[in-house]
Structure formats: structure tokens, C-alpha cells
Ligand binder design. Structure first.
Ligand SMILES: Cc1cc2nc3c(=O)[nH]c(=O)nc-3n(C[C@H](O)[C@H](O)[C@H](O)COP(=O)(O)OP(=O)(O)OC[C@H]3O[C@@H](n4cnc5c(N)ncnc54)[C@H](O)[C@@H]3O)c2cc1C
Length: 405
């Protein structure tokens, strides 16, 4: 074995790949670990372009990985931020029903909160809502006190720092370009020198399906990129929102609907919507990549998904181009908000796995294959849950691969 041979290589320096590397260096310090990231810094894609919310776990189907790992992960994230002085705040949130038809779904969320072990969730009426969020309007709401906010780019930077302190290597500006399985090892071709590894964990986010294909797999999903665009409330109007104000989500759709989020920096943003992106890392509506778009369109599941969700998809596109429509969606939650109160903010692109039958994969999905493991679906709340996702994956890997500490 040479200097360029590692026991384990992790592809992708987002919050998930970094959390896994951190867990491995902590529990198995003798393993030689390398994390490869194509950008010049870690946390530059989904992990650095998200809403910064430490989700409570209220939304997820009881018994799912999302439910379990989010509830435990939120506690772990708050503890991690506290221990490492990363700005965070447990500010709570309200989920607001603005129409009677939403009451059964709100009640279902309350039931889920109990089943998932959340404490302190309360159903309230319009007056109590106004005490908590004076500018919000709704017929009924749920108060979720355990929701928090943080800065996941700072979390990623801290994970990377600790990996190095614990003996791992984080190599940025190095893209994985090819994988070759040989007996007993995998050769990893990169934009720099090639290296080899005994084990490989693929955490490439928006490109995780492509990395898995590079490894010779035929995953039954593809990653479809959904861009989420934000507006920022101008500072003079940020007092319209104290903490987090969310609508009741549509259970047919894996996204939460446009909402108001107070960031840890003190600014308030509104969004994100969810529009199909024509490029996997396409942060602007004009971004386009023929290969990315063609691979979505060529996948049979894409057209089945389009047939099922075309109406909500068109609404989202309309909101993407019409500020007025975006503002109208927000006014359902905070009627006083006006177009002039909002200026264009950032955007993020979600990696959403899509099955051949057109279903959007709801739960987290990790696929072990020989000496590799592919993390194929870790959408929201994966930043919140990252430490627990890492624990679960490292438990599986260390059992399957008989690692000893
Ligand atoms: C708009 C938006 C809002 C969200 N809000 C929240 C929220 O409030 N709370 C929450 O918990 N979650 C939220 N999420 C979800 C959360 O951000 C993601 O689930 C999480 O960041 C996924 O992390 P990741 O490491 O899998 O992906 P990423 O952060 O995308 O990391 C993947 C990394 O792999 C690298 N990579 C790709 N290909 C290669 C290659 N060939 N070689 C080397 N490196 C490669 C990329 O450069 C990237 O850095 C949100 C997501 C979005 C997009």
C-alpha cells in the first residue's frame, strides 16, 4: 500500500459527508480517512444554501428514519453548537392554518409530534397566535417550542476542523472524476492525483446518483434538482416576524411551502419555493445544463412525477417569475407584508431522489454495496439530523465491514 492509499474515502464535503467523517475519526481513529470535496471550501452547496433551521421532527412519518434521526439530531445539533460556540437559538415556531380545510392536517401534525416524542407542542387559536407572532394571522396554529436556528456553513467549517484535529484529511478543490473497482480496493480518479481506498462512502449530494453510477451501480433513483428561491424582508420591516412562521404543508409534496424564517444573523427571509432547476447547481433561474436536464427528462419516473404534480409545479414556476404571486402566498401568513418589503435574497438547490415509478423518495436512503455505501437521499432535515445520520451510517458500516476501534 502506498501513501495515496486510504482505509476510507468520503466523497463530498457537505454537512452529511463531514458529519460521517467526524464520527469515523472519533470512533475509529486508527483508520486512515480522506474526504474529497470539489469546491475550494466545504459546505458550499445544499449545506451552505439552506434555511438554517434546526427542525424539531414534527413533520415526519412516525417510525421513519427522518422522524427518529431528526428528533435525536436536533438535540445533538443544539448540544454541538453550544459546545463549539456556534451561534444558535431555540426560538420555536408556529405552523399556521389559514383555512378550515387545513385543520385535519394540522391535527395530524400534532399527532405526529406526540408519536415522535416532541414535548411542549400546543394547539392555539388566533388570539394566542397574535401574542406569539403579533403580525401573523390564522384560524388555528401549532406552537413548536423546540425548533431552533443556526448557521450550517459554520457547522460544516467546525466539523472539518475537528476531522483534521482527530487525524483525518480534508482535501478541497479535488473532484472525483472516476471510480475503478479492483480486487480489495477502489481506485479513485480525481481532478488531482489518483488515490485508492478500501472503503468508500458517497455523500455527493446533487451528484450522488452519478458517483454511484461511476462505481458501476445501477441505482433505481435519479437526483432531480429543485431550486428554492428566497426574498429577504427589508430591515425596517423585519419586526413583522419574531421567529419562524410556517404554513401547513401539503402532504403530497416533500417541501414545506413558503414560510418566514428569522436567521441567526437577525435578518428575516421568506421562501423557499420549489421549482425544477435546469442545472444541478443552478442557483439562478437562467442556469441551464443540457446534460443535467436531459438526464432528468430521459428518466421514466420524471414524466410520471410531472403527470402527478404538474399543477403544483406550475404554481411554483409562476411564483418564481411573479413577485406578486409570491407576496400573495406570504400574505396568507402575514397579511401586512407588501411587495416593497421584500428584496430578492439567495437561493438553494435541493437534491431530491426520484424513483422510476415517479414517486419522490420521502425518507432518507442509504444503499450499502460491497465496500461502498451510497447516501442517495438526504433532503431536509438532513442538516439538523447530520450527527445522527452519521452515527447510523457508521454503525452500519462498522458492522458490515467489521471495523475495530
Ligand atoms: C433551499 C434549502 C433549504 C433547506 N433548509 C433546511 C433547513 O432549514 N434545515 C435542515 O435541516 N435542512 C435543510 N435543508 C436540507 C439540507 O441543507 C440538506 O439536506 C443537507 O445540506 C444535505 O447535505 P449533503 O452533505 O448531503 O449535501 P451537500 O451540502 O450538497 O454536499 C455535497 C457535496 O458533495 C460535493 N461533490 C459533489 N460531487 C462531487 C465530486 N464529484 N467530487 C467531490 N465532491 C463532490 C459538492 O460540492 C458538495 O459540497 C435545505 C436544503 C435546501 C436546498
Amino acid at each position: 500500500m502506498t501513501d495515496s492509499h486510504y482505509d476510507i474515502i468520503i466523497v463530498g464535503g457537505g454537512v452529511v459527508g463531514l458529519a460521517i467523517a467526524l464520527e469515523i475519526t472519533k470512533r475509529f481513529p486508527r483508520l486512515r480517512l480522506l474526504l474529497l470535496e470539489k469546491e475550494d471550501r466545504v459546505g458550499q452547496h445544499q449545506s451552505g444554501h439552506n434555511s438554517g433551521v434546526i427542525h424539531s421532527g414534527i413533520y415526519y412519518k412516525p417510525g421513519s428514519l427522518k422522524a427518529k434521526l431528526c428528533v435525536e439530531g436536533a438535540r445533538a445539533m443544539i448540544q454541538f453548537c453550544g459546545a463549539h460556540r456556534i451561534p444558535h437559538q431555540v426560538c420555536g415556531k408556529v405552523i399556521v392554518a389559514t383555512q378550515q380545510e387545513e385543520f385535519p392536517r394540522l391535527e395530524e401534525l400534532r399527532r405526529r409530534s406526540e408519536a415522535n416524542g416532541l414535548t411542549g407542542v400546543q394547539s392555539i387559536g388566533p388570539e394566542q397566535l397574535r401574542e406569539i407572532e403579533p403580525h401573523a394571522s390564522g384560524l388555528r396554529a401549532l406552537v413548536v417550542p423546540s425548533t431552533g436556528i443556526t448557521d450550517y456553513a459554520a457547522v460544516c467549517a467546525k466539523y472539518a476542523e475537528l476531522i483534521v484535529v482527530q487525524g483525518g484529511t480534508v482535501l478541497t478543490s479535488t473532484a472525483v472524476t472516476g471510480l475503478r473497482r479492483l480486487p480489495g480496493e477502489v481506485v479513485v480518479e480525481t481532478s488531482g492525483p489518483a488515490c485508492s481506498t478500501t472503503y468508500l462512502i458517497n455523500c455527493a449530494g446533487l451528484f450522488s446518483d452519478r458517483i454511484s453510477r461511476m462505481a458501476g451501480e445501477e441505482p433505481d433513483v435519479i437526483i432531480v434538482p429543485f431550486r428554492g428561491e428566497y426574498y429577504d424582508l427589508i430591515p425596517e420591516r423585519s419586526s413583522l416576524v419574531r421567529a419562524l412562521i410556517y404554513p401547513v404543508p401539503d402532504p403530497q409534496f416533500p417541501f414545506l411551502g413558503v414560510h418566514f424564517t428569522r436567521r441567526i444573523s437577525g435578518t428575516v427571509d421568506a421562501g423557499p419555493n420549489a421549482v425544477l432547476a435546469f442545472r444541478r447547481e443552478g442557483y439562478r433561474s437562467s442556469d441551464f445544463n443540457l446534460h443535467d436536464l436531459a438526464s432528468s427528462l430521459a428518466f421514466p419516473g420524471f414524466w410520471r412525477m410531472a403527470a402527478k404534480h404538474w399543477r403544483s409545479g406550475l404554481d411554483e414556476f409562476y411564483r418564481s417569475f411573479s413577485k406578486l404571486a409570491f407576496v400573495r402566498a406570504l400574505q396568507r401568513l402575514v397579511p401586512e407584508v407588501r411587495g416593497d418589503d421584500l428584496v430578492p435574497g439567495g437561493s438553494g438547490v435541493r437534491a431530491q431522489a426520484l424513483k422510476r415509478d415517479g414517486a419522490l423518495v420521502d425518507d432518507f436512503q442509504f444503499v450499502p454495496s460491497g465496500k461502498m455505501l451510497h447516501v442517495l437521499n438526504v433532503p431536509s432535515p438532513a442538516a439538523t439530523a447530520s450527527l445522527m445520520i452519521a452515527r447510523t451510517i457508521v454503525d452500519t458500516a462498522s458492522t458490515n465491514w467489521a471495523w475495530s476501534s
